[in-house]
Design a protein around this ligand. Structure first.
Ligand SMILES: Cc1ncc(COP(=O)(O)O)c(C=O)c1O
Length: 465
């Protein structure tokens, strides 16, 4: 042991900034380090504010990735920070465990007041996947049935239960055997759902109102009819609003677009302003009381940090900011503007096959152009690695326009944006203009891009090994 005093956090941030990648490569996830270097995304991020990330040189990047959608009210919102500081200053009697606390109760009260009448109680959690795990367990215990249905391409988290209802093989492969009794149905296919429900053993159908992987919107009356089928079949209807909730789609909950009344609603991500881990399941009175049906069963599900004061305070501040700044309506307006500016790209550029979204959950899907030469180049790029074309768009957007956005899923030629709800009109316009310029260049100089793609593809192939 050396006699020197260990550094404080402030000293660490000051003295060791710049060591992030080296530490990551040595102790955390070196393959992620290789991806970041391949794409040139290996920045030192010095700070974040509102809709922006700020690099070590003080350059501001428009962040349309939003930490996987947690920064609805923007990065480091002063009200959320103040709420956390107030809890610290109050030295609250946090986590008594054999006792209850105020802030978590008020949060439950406020969330349930904003949710449909079909839910009446809250089960606190710390992450999205933990909320989904709770929903699976509650559904099984409440119905006495074991099967859980999920949609193809669904993403509900990466712990074992949530992974068992994940509809993407790139996440599932190698982790089996997964939970028994979890079966997929195609997203939008009511006949398949009805067939599965007819077996009479389904505890729940868990579905994202809009699928996060790919930003897939449901067919017009799919969700209402799926809910009705579940009711008729004695199964619980569970909406996973971890990504779509908290104003993302221009409504506080996306389910409001279809007037749904689910038996359970999973929340997480943006709920605590991106500051403190959080999750929650809103549960129907019937399901809740069946599961927690006596004093002996009061603690049969829970989580040590669930409902902690810091998360609850940050969430209450987030709800206040949403209301005070009218951010849910603003998200609806900004989303409509983004679609208005970007949907015409389908007509203007052969590689743009579709632009879709609801509120500030938006995606653009690319596909091969119709001409022989263009198609050959496209295929040359895609042979290197499926989905590589999208990186030919995200990389220049980042380096030349200082805009961070993401590819919507593995081997997908779809780019996705989850802008903070505080995004301003001129930033939406800047993104749309930068996107068009990048796509136009990709169409005008396809051979240069193909060469770039080949180089990047080769390097990406090495990353995967
Ligand atoms: C719809 C949905 N459910 C659940 C999760 C899992 O959340 P977490 O990463 O907080 O566990 C995610 C994460 O992206 C999600 O989008």
């Amino acid at each position: 042991m050396s006699g020197s005093t260990p550094p404080t956090v402030a000293e660490l941030i000051n003295d060791r900034s710049g060591e992030e990648m080296a530490l990551n490569d040595r102790f955390l996830n070196p393959q992620m380090g290789r991806i970041l270097r391949t794409l040139g995304f290996d920045k030192v991020w010095r700070g974040g504010e509102g809709a922006h990330l700020i690099d070590a040189d003080g350059e501001r990047y428009l962040d349309l990735f939003g930490g996987y959608g947690v920064f609805a009210i923007g990065r480091n919102h002063p009200a959320a920070i103040a709420a956390v500081e107030e809890v610290m200053a109050a030295r609250t009697g946090n986590l008594p465990q054999l006792g209850v606390t105020l802030l978590s109760g008020v949060l439950a009260e406020q969330l349930l007041a904003r949710a449909p009448d079909s839910v009446a109680a809250m089960v606190p959690a710390n992450t999205g996947t933990e909320a989904v795990e709770a929903a699976i367990k509650i559904a099984r215990a409440a119905t006495g049935r074991s099967r859980v249905l999920y949609a193809d391409h669904a993403f509900h988290g990466l712990t074992l239960g949530s992974l068992s209802i994940n509809g993407n093989s790139e996440f599932r492969d190698g982790f089996g055997p997964l939970l028994a009794g979890c079966d997929p149905v195609a997203f939008g296919d009511l006949d398949a759902l009805e067939r599965e429900l007819a077996r009479g053993d389904v505890a729940a159908f868990v579905v994202e109102p809009i699928q996060g992987k790919g930003v897939n919107l449901p067919p017009a009356d799919y969700l209402q009819r799926a809910q009705a089928l579940c009711r008729a079949g004695g199964a619980l209807f569970v909406c996973d609003e971890v990504q779509t909730g908290i104003g993302r789609t221009g409504r506080f909950l996306a389910l409001e677009h279809w007037q749904l009344a689910p038996d359970m609603i999973c929340l997480a991500k943006a709920l605590s302003g991106g500051l403190v881990p959080i999750g929650a399941v809103l549960v129907s009175r019937g399901a809740f009381d069946t599961v927690f049906d006596g004093m002996e069963r009061a603690v049969r599900h829970g989580s040590t940090f669930g409902g902690n004061d810091l998360a609850a305070a940050a969430a209450l501040a987030t709800l206040r900011v949403l209301d005070e700044q009218g951010l849910v309506e603003h998200a609806g307006r900004m989303g409509a503007l983004l679609l208005e500016l970007t949907q015409p790209l389908v007509e203007r550029y052969e590689v743009v096959h579709e632009v879709r979204g609801l509120g500030l959950m938006w995606a653009i899907e690319f596909g091969p152009p119709s001409g022989r030469v263009g198609r050959a180049l496209w295929e040359a790029v895609e042979r290197r690695q499926a989905g590589l074309f999208s990186q030919l768009i995200t990389v220049p957007l980042f380096h030349e326009h200082r805009i961070l956005c993401q590819v919507a899923g593995h081997r997908m030629n779809t780019i996705k944006a989850l802008p903070p709800l505080v995004v301003q009109e001129q930033e939406i316009r800047r993104f749309a203009a930068a996107l068009e310029e990048t796509i136009a260049r990709a169409e005008r100089y396809p051979s240069a891009l193909a060469r770039f793609g080949a180089r990047t593809g080769l390097r990406a192939a090495r990353v995967r090994r």
